[in-house]
Design a binder for this molecule. Structure first.
Ligand code: 2P0
Length: 331
């Protein structure tokens, strides 16, 4: 089994690097319609199941890399101390590239990494997906590596599982793969588009989550009796989701996304100690969405590892839904 370092080396060693003066890349945030929850390998950050997401357009992260006298990480205009958790994660990830490239490029400079999220603060959308995807793309450009989309997604996954999907736009399919070395655990874009599909972000709380996704997944896999059925649930939901996207069947897409998300939260709540990411307002929004649906409005929801709700609806219903949820931000 490979270590992270060996995994990175295996991918990067096929490419001949040379250093650019500067490189800038953008990656979009994404929301999973069929969720990723649980790892089959911690070292290589490999998921138990496949997942499927949609990108959030121009909401995401832009990252610039340029040579400097000493390493620096600037997040949204503020230079971070290098022992800051986020900065340390960024430098650790950069080193996966640097260690391999080192052997081919002499006298490498230190790097200044500037990263800006245009995801509105408190939108309830994780920035680690777009953050590690943009960083991967920027490193690829800075070192002129010419990685393929598949290789970019494999590398981004070492930063964050959801970052693997943020390499691409539109609907993106993440393969869990079965190779113990993770070489078949990549993402790829699906060729379909669905312009009428809209996402509404409702922020319940902008506070940092109590339990990180990483820790939450580990606890769920280790202790939740419901996790035994999760891989099968994902397999069933994935078949429905792929059919729904192909046929542009909104009811099937929405109902599958909603039941997949709620099943993931059931699994978490059955863990020991229980993991509950919802706030009372989250529950109130779920009830309201389900009531509006009973009254005939085609409206569904999905929720990630936090209290904020993402609504799924069609463009024609935007006005009605905006009236019901005035704080919603439409993507
Ligand atoms: C997803 N989430 O599919 C799921 C649904 C949250 C709930 O991917 O440990 O930050 O860095 O691989 O990618 C959040 O997990 O976790 C996530 P790591 P990540 O979008």
């Amino acid at each position: 089994m490979l270590t992270r370092k060996e995994f990175a080396k295996q991918i990067l060693a096929n490419h001949t690097p040379s250093i650019k003066e500067k490189a800038t890349a953008f990656a979009p945030a994404n929301i999973a319609l069929v969720k990723y929850w649980g790892k089959r390998d911690k070292e290589l950050n490999l998921p138990v199941t496949d997942s499927l997401s949609i990108d959030l357009g121009n909401l995401g992260t832009e990252t610039t890399i340029e040579p400097a006298d000493k390493d620096a990480v600037i997040l949204n205009g503020t230079e971070l101390a290098l022992d800051n958790t986020f900065a340390a994660k960024v430098i650790d990830f950069v080193n996966l590239f640097r260690n391999t490239v080192n052997q081919a490029v002499a006298n490498q400079p230190a790097l200044r990494i500037t990263t800006d999220n245009n995801i509105p603060t408190g939108a309830g959308v994780a920035s680690s997906a777009s953050g590690f995807a943009a960083l991967t793309k920027a490193l690829d450009q800075f070192y002129s590596l010419g990685l393929s989309g598949r290789e970019l997604s494999l590398m981004a996954n070492l930063g964050s599982g959801s970052a693997s999907r943020s390499i691409f736009k539109g609907f993106v399919y993440r393969h869990a793969g079965t190779d113990p070395n993770g070489m078949d655990s990549y993402s790829e874009p699906l060729s379909c588009t669905w312009p009428e599909l809209k996402i509404g972000l409702i922020t319940v709380s902008a506070k940092a989550k109590r339990v990180s996704s990483r820790e939450g997944m580990e606890r769920t896999v280790a202790t939740s009796p419901l996790y035994k059925t999760w891989p099968q649930q994902v397999q069933n939901d994935m078949a429905k989701m792929l059919a729904a996207i192909k046929e542009k069947d909104f009811e099937l897409m929405g109902s599958t996304a909603e039941s997949n998300a709620l099943a993931m939260h059931e699994c978490m709540r059955a863990a020991t100690p229980p993991l509950n990411y919802f706030e009372p307002e989250t529950e109130a929004i779920i009830s309201k969405v389900q009531k509006l649906r009973r009254e005939g409005l085609p409206l569904y929801l999905t929720i990630d590892a936090g209290p904020n709700v993402k609504l799924l609806f069609q463009e024609k219903d935007t006005h009605t839904i905006k009236t019901e949820f005035p704080d919603m931000r439409v993507i």
